[in-house]
Design a protein around this ligand. Structure first.
Ligand code: F6P
Length: 579
């Protein structure tokens, strides 16, 4: 795409933006303000009741408390002013109506359309109403999953298809796996618990042979359906794993076209349809999604719908979509200061670009959200780990924090030492009022969920308030230990307290984080929807792969163009073959 065209698309027909956002008065005001905030200690302000009321927002019972962020109402007002300057609302609207905001790939970004209702107003991309397309594929997923679960659709040898192996990587894996982990403990709400226990869903993502072995070793191919999930249907690791799984099916049932036709399906972009067919998967087993769905934003498309509906029934997935849709509507219409994903995004910008915190941790106090941090890691870091603005200027401000996380309380016994005493790392605590499972052991004073949540409430205060020298002296701490046991505090966090872990609220969490990511990108003037940074590694791996191949088949040498370090390492590796 020509630069002028990118500029036109991104300026949304409005006044051109200044060269760098840092040149705006709004940015400069925030920079000055950050110097004042650096002198504020959360210990001195957290006791003010009005602060908590002002620095919180609620949507459908999900309560966001950001009073432990290093902000004041003035900070928020300045951030809203920057959001207006950055035309945040217009960019959100442009994204949701299908403008091609992914300017470097010339694509719309419409994961919100994946959660639209069938009778929603048309969203037209290149002359096509994508709402209709979305519902056509969802109907196909529903029909197929019901046919498999009812036994109407069986394997090539007539057996029920009870094992679902989802082959995919990156965005074609992390989202579905996060949702699967959370759904798997929410079975009391599932359509039919016995059926759900009967079906097994596994993910094969890594090309490591060990991953292949541990995914397939105890499965009966005759009872297995393999879903190849790949937007491009070209990703090297996925395609090798797909061929491996196909061979595994052939080895068990013979190399008959009906084996692939009955035991394999694909979730791929419509533009990859020919590749899917060449692989042997018939068109009726292609569950398409579209170029306007980014890989890391794809869990609401067939990418998540097919494996999760096969395992849990379509109804569960539908409730997940409904939760995401509710947040989509909130995101598009709630005022900035009541808008949960906008607030989370603005706070992300504040922490990174103004307070200089280069890391961020997500801490779900719910084992069901075990895989949420890994999903957010890809979502946020592939989206906002960028070098240049949408119009190609090198960014001269801090963007894109390093995201990591772990469920609580496990994380407390792992990396929390650093959160409390090492470098400052803003934390996001996610907790639930109601657990998926009620457990109260006779004779125990507290139920397990209360114990979990006691930590959810205590940790943010420990981070914010710390523990002073005076407190330690009063507690009788030996003088030589006082420096070691002093907590400086003033460590920012936000708390998101939600009603319960179920499919609906999981959909909300997903959409909250997707939109938080987009808000940050819009504020930073970057394109959160491309991922050119992953290309170079793929290209170099392809070169190494072909060298290994040539060397092993006696048709070439390893060296020639490789630096001595890579050559030396590679030589050590291939020499293994000669032993
Ligand atoms: O390499 C990164 C990436 O392109 C991700 O953006 C994407 O989600 C993943 O690889 C898988 O791609 P595909 O779905 O095309 O196999």
């Amino acid at each position: 795409m020509e630069m002028e065209s990118i500029r036109d698309t991104y300026s949304l027909g409005l006044k051109p933006q200044p060269k760098s956002v840092t040149a705006t008065a709004e940015w400069r005001r925030l920079k000055v303000h950050a110097r004042h905030i650096a002198k504020m200690h959360l210990r001195d302000v957290l006791g003010v009741a009005s602060r908590c009321e002002a620095l919180s927002a609620e949507f459908e019972g999900s309560f966001l408390d950001y009073s432990r962020m290093q902000v004041t109402q003035r900070t928020m007002d300045l951030l809203y002013a920057l959001a207006r300057r950055q035309r945040l609302r217009e960019k959100i609207a442009a994204m949701c109506r299908g403008d091609k905001v992914n300017v470097t790939e010339g694509r719309a970004v419409l994961h919100t359309a994946l959660r639209s209702a069938p009778d929603d107003a048309p969203i037209v991309v290149d002359g096509v109403n994508v709402v209709e397309d979305v519902h056509e594929v969802l109907r196909k997923v529903k029909a197929f999953s019901e046919a498999v679960r009812s036994g109407e659709q069986r394997g090539a040898t007539g057996r029920l298809l009870r094992n679902i192996v989802a082959v995919g990587i990156g965005g074609s894996y992390l989202g579905p796996e996060f949702v699967h982990e959370a759904f798997s403990t929410e079975q009391q709400h599932a359509v039919d618990q016995d059926l759900n226990d009967f079906y097994r869903l596994r993910f094969l993502s890594n090309v490591d042979p060990v991953d292949v072995r541990r995914t397939l070793y105890d499965l009966d191919p005759q009872e297995t359906i393999v879903i190849v999930i790949s937007k491009t249907f070209t990703t090297a690791e996925t395609m090798l794993n797909a061929r491996t799984a196909r061979q595994w099916l052939w080895d068990a049932m013979g190399k008959d076209p009906s084996v692939v036709a009955r035991h394999m399906a694909a979730c791929a972009s419509s533009s990859a349809a020919a590749r899917v067919q060449n692989f042997g998967i018939p068109p009726e087993h292609l569950f398409e999604f579209w170029d306007w769905v980014g890989g890391r934003y794809s869990v609401c498309s067939s990418v998540g719908a097919l494996p999760l509906s096969l395992k849990y029934g379509y109804g569960m997935f539908d409730r997940f979509l409904a939760g995401a849709r509710a947040v989509d509507i909130h995101f598009q219409h709630a005022p900035l200061d009541r808008n949960l994903p906008v607030l989370m995004g603005l706070l992300g910008v504040w922490n990174m670009s103004f307070m200089g915190y280069k890391t961020r941790t997500i801490l779900p106090y719910a084992e069901a959200l075990l895989k949420l941090p890994a999903h957010i890691q890809q979502l946020a870091m592939e989206s906002n780990g960028k070098r240049v603005t949408v119009t190609g200027e090198v960014v001269d401000y801090d963007i894109g924090p390093v995201d990591f996380g772990e469920p609580g309380t496990n994380g407390q016994h792992s990396f929390f030492q650093l959160l409390h005493m090492g470098q400052v790392c803003p934390a996001e605590f996610i907790g639930f009022i109601e657990s998926q499972h009620h457990l109260h052991v006779e004779g125990e004073v507290v139920a397990s969920h209360d114990e979990l949540m006691a930590n959810f409430f205590a940790q943010p205060d420990a981070l914010a308030l710390g523990n002073t020298r005076e407190q330690l002296v009063a507690e009788g701490c030996p003088p030589e230990l006082i420096p070691h046991r002093t907590f400086a505090g003033n460590r920012p966090s936000l708390s998101l307290l939600m009603p319960k872990v179920n499919a609906y609220y999981l959909g909300q969490i997903l959409a909250l984080y997707e939109h938080r990511t987009a808000v940050e990108g819009f504020m930073w003037n970057i394109n959160s929807f491309d991922q050119w940074g992953v290309e170079l590694g793929k290209k170099l791996a392809s070169d190494v792969r072909s060298r290994m191949h040539k060397f092993r088949s006696g048709k070439g040498t390893l060296s020639g163009g490789l630096n001595p370090s890579t050559h030396g390492l590679l030589k050590r590796y291939v020499i293994r073959d000669r032993d």
